[in-house]
Design a protein around this ligand. Structure first.
Ligand SMILES: *[C@@H]1O[C@H](CO)[C@@H](O)[C@H](O)[C@H]1NC(C)=O
Ligand SMILES: *[C@@H]1O[C@H](CO)[C@@H](O)[C@H](O)[C@H]1NC(C)=O
Ligand SMILES: *[C@@H]1O[C@H](CO)[C@@H](O)[C@H](O)[C@H]1NC(C)=O
Ligand SMILES: *[C@@H]1O[C@H](CO)[C@@H](O)[C@H](O)[C@H]1NC(C)=O
Ligand SMILES: *[C@@H]1O[C@H](CO)[C@@H](O)[C@H](O)[C@H]1NC(C)=O
Ligand SMILES: *[C@@H]1O[C@H](CO)[C@@H](O)[C@H](O)[C@H]1NC(C)=O
Ligand SMILES: *[C@@H]1O[C@H](CO)[C@@H](O)[C@H](O)[C@H]1NC(C)=O
Ligand SMILES: *[C@@H]1O[C@H](CO)[C@@H](O)[C@H](O)[C@H]1NC(C)=O
Length: 689
């Protein structure tokens, strides 16, 4: 909108609110979320949002006890005691209850609730995340539960029912889902409608497997909710588990409310005077525009049209000035602010306990990684803190806007950033198992922990993330720094690629080669070492190395068993392949427990990606198809091809290794691997969450 239109718009709606006083109040609320955006919700407990789907409890195939709540941040007006009116509402959402490991016990279920508080979080187990087990009457709510466990304590009828709960989990009324042929626990998606009509004092709950609303409600009750509604209430979802692997997902949601009558001070006020001191200050919760309308409206009633003109001129002037100054910034920021958001330094400082050393979970060339507990959302996250000076802010935002738009199930999601006090802080999802590098080598207890199926899944996940970055998202995004320490593992041991784009963000003004650290060398394509130019093909090379690493359980540049010589992983596997015994390369930690066809396929994919000739490397989408057995494997020459560059390498490996030593950061506590030989100080680079 240009400034002139902006003023015109203001004029229109201001007059509108002056001459049509009924416009002055937001009474009907209506919204629809085809997917759930992070910025409109507060996440408490174990809840999370991923790709627009909210998970309320821990997603893991290991049984756990968990409770989580998702709360819509904007309060909704449910009653207006000045007009003695109460809202009616109607809501629809789709959910699924999936047991990741159906053999373990099920439970407990999820609920939709309306609560006067926006920090309601209850206990796991039968408490559905609604009630605090040690303060049973503390949390107030009106909830509709979808319960998957028979809890005799709360008089549950069975382990598959819907119930209406008010301030207690002893349902006021329940309905058996079996009666309509629905089993909540099957993992498929159900859609439910919850309608409360205040004129009829009636609540109805509909539940179906299809898209359209059924003719008959599964649960129906005559009830007057007005005594439970406070003026403003919060809406939310909650769920819990207790020693089970059930996950509770909310896929989309719509809500509307109506029936709050307009409060007109001249008609409703018993004193019936035009003195504006009688008019109550408008409630704080109304959205900006409405507030503004009201203020203007009330002002006008007092001072008349002269004032109206003055206010308009002044406001128009201010908004043009302001508009101009913020426009440039907004253009850049609007891209960024959609889901990842800007954090304040203070917020992150509190979340990391003042960047306390006990919160450090890793260090790397980027800086230090802290575990953070974000109070506002009640979630844990990883905060990367870099104290290096930054390039121009606009450039930073331009880069960030690319990263912020990336969304893929195999990428570590960026939650936000903060540029303040000469520091750059990036906030990411926290990955419970840390990096592949850590799981493969660092922790002796973890060795052999990755089964063959996990390893194959990691290769597929990483390929899928790269196919997305290279071929599926709007812009070609080159990662530049793919290595085992940048591949994280989520709660289900899915690969999640981290730190994308950072290489460019951080090392913007430096030529790439001069900032190489030794740990990265084993992952770099020969042409990258030669020309210093990163392409999607150099990413494919690094991918190949990571795949071989995951398959063989060996670092890209490793010491010969019992010897002093270094072994290049790619050369080693290629030699075994040339000799016809490629399966000897598979990690011995697996104790021969692996699928030979898959192992051979994975090793061949690794070799074809790590081909020194960049032209011979397959594109990532092809790799994904091969791994999913949808495309033919690539032909791999039995002898590793040689590539010749016109001039020699700018630096030898030894130069790179020693030049990196001043970049070293202190290694994290125990389990770190240091050797006296500086050639082996690899993997210093990269964070370890
Ligand atoms: C979601 O949040 C954004 C940003 O806070 C806001 O502009 C938008 O109106 C919200 N949407 C709904 C439906 O509440
Ligand atoms: C109306 O509600 C407000 C706060 O919500 C309260 O302070 C006031 O006393 C109430 N008025 C009546 C008449 O109940
Ligand atoms: C408000 O409405 C209730 C019924 O909904 C009625 O009992 C009560 O008298 C009304 N109060 C006023 C002040 O009109
Ligand atoms: C809860 O709502 C209050 C307004 O009532 C708001 O100030 C506060 O930030 C909200 N808290 C959360 C965690 O959303
Ligand atoms: C229950 O309430 C107690 C006391 O306020 C609090 O310490 C505890 O964290 C609460 N439990 C949950 C699950 O919120
Ligand atoms: C909500 O999500 C479910 C499951 O993904 C889908 O079947 C349904 O059509 C969606 N509803 C709307 C209105 O988008
Ligand atoms: C509010 O919603 C009700 C019911 O849908 C409708 O009758 C009424 O006209 C709406 N009011 C406004 C101001 O939109
Ligand atoms: C309030 O005053 C207006 C005239 O200003 C009058 O029409 C209306 O009936 C009065 N209402 C009451 C409740 O006295």
């Amino acid at each position: 909108m240009n400034p002139r239109k902006h003023i015109l718009f203001l004029l229109i709606f201001t007059f509108n609110s002056f001459f049509n006083p009924s416009m002055a109040y937001p009474r009907n609320v209506s919204f629809e979320f085809p997917f759930l955006p992070l910025q409109n919700f507060t996440l408490l407990g174990d809840s999370y949002l991923r790709n627009g789907v909210a998970g309320l409890t821990i997603e893991s195939d290991v049984p756990s006890s968990s409770a989580g709540t998702l709360i819509y941040t904007t309060p909704i007006r449910f009653s207006d005691n000045r007009t003695n009116s109460t809202a009616s509402f109607s809501t629809r959402f789709s959910f699924s209850i999936v047991s990741l490991n159906p053999l373990s016990s099920v439970g407990d279920g999820l609920s939709f609730f309306i609560s006067p508080e926006n920090h309601t979080l209850g206990s796991p187990g039968g408490y559905l995340g609604l009630v605090n087990s040690s303060l049973l009457t503390q949390n107030k709510f009106i909830a509709v539960e979808f319960d998957t466990r028979l809890d005799p304590y709360f008089n549950d009828p069975n382990e598959n029912h819907v119930g209406l709960d008010i301030n207690s989990l002893n349902s006021i009324k329940t309905a058996d889902c079996d009666s309509v042929g629905i089993d909540l626990r099957t993992g498929i998606s159900f859609t439910t409608w919850i309608d409360y009509n205040h004129d009829r004092r009636n609540l109805e709950v509909f539940l179906t497997r299809s898209r359209s609303k059924p003719d008959h409600p599964i649960l129906e009750m005559d009830i007057d909710l007005s005594s439970y509604f406070q003026e403003y209430m919060f809406l939310g979802f909650s769920a819990s588990t207790e020693g089970s692997t059930e996950t509770h997902l909310i896929e989309n949601w719509s809500f509307k409310s109506f029936g709050i009558k307009h409060f007109n001070p001249r008609i409703n006020d018993p004193h019936n005077v035009t003195d504006n001191t009688v008019v109550k200050t408008p409630p704080v919760y109304d959205s900006g525009n409405d507030n503004f309308r009201k203020k203007i409206g009330f002002g006008l009633e007092v001072s008349g049209p002269v004032c109206l003109f003055g206010v308009l001129v002044l406001f128009g002037y201010i908004s043009v000035k302001k508009w101009r100054s913020i426009r440039t910034e907004m253009n850049i920021k609007s891209e960024v602010t959609r889901s990842p958001r800007e954090f304040s330094y203070k917020e992150l400082k509190i979340a990391t306990n003042g960047f306390h050393s006990s919160r450090i979970i890793g260090t790397g060339s980027f800086g230090t990684v802290y575990k953070a507990c974000l109070l506002a959302s009640g979630t844990t996250a990883a905060v990367k803190r870099s104290v290096r000076s930054r390039e121009a802010k606009t450039e930073f935002f331009a880069e960030l806007s690319v990263i912020a738009c990336l969304r893929h199930k195999n990428l570590v999601q960026l939650l936000g950033w903060c540029v303040e006090k000469g520091e750059l802080l990036l906030v990411y999802e926290l990955m419970p198992y840390g990096s592949v590098d850590k799981v493969l080598y660092q922790d002796p207890d973890d060795r052999g922990f990755l089964k063959w199926s996990h390893r194959y899944k990691i290769a597929i996940g990483l390929a899928s993330a790269l196919a997305y970055l290279h071929q599926e998202c709007d812009k070609l995004v080159i990662h530049r720094d793919i290595k085992a320490s940048n591949v994280m593992l989520d709660a289900n041991l899915n690969a999640r690629l981290g730190d994308f784009g950072l290489a460019r963000l951080i090392d913007h003004n430096k030529s790439p080669v001069s900032t190489l650290t030794a740990g990265t060398v084993g992952y770099l394509a020969p042409e990258y070492l030669h020309c210093g130019k990163a392409t999607d093909k150099t990413d494919v090379f690094s991918y190949g190395v990571v795949v071989l690493e995951v398959c063989c359980g060996r670092r890209p540049i490793d010491r010969e068993t019992g010897g002093q010589n270094t072994v290049n992983l790619v050369d080693w596997v290629w030699r075994l392949y040339g000799n016809g015994n490629i399966l000897d390369a598979v990690d011995k930690q697996l104790d021969e427990e692996f699928d030979e066809v898959e192992a051979k396929r994975l090793l061949m994919v690794g070799l074809s990606c790590a081909n020194p000739d960049s032209e011979m490397r397959p594109p990532m989408r092809r790799v994904l198809q091969i791994l999913e057995n949808e495309a033919e494997e690539m032909m791999v020459p039995p002898v590793k091809p040689m590539v010749n560059f016109a001039t020699s390498l700018p630096m030898s490996l030894e130069d790179l290794v020693s030049s990196s030593s001043d970049d070293d950061e202190p290694e994290e506590g125990s389990g770190s691997r240091k050797t006296s030989d500086s050639t082996f100080e690899i993997y210093i680079d990269g964070s370890r969450e």
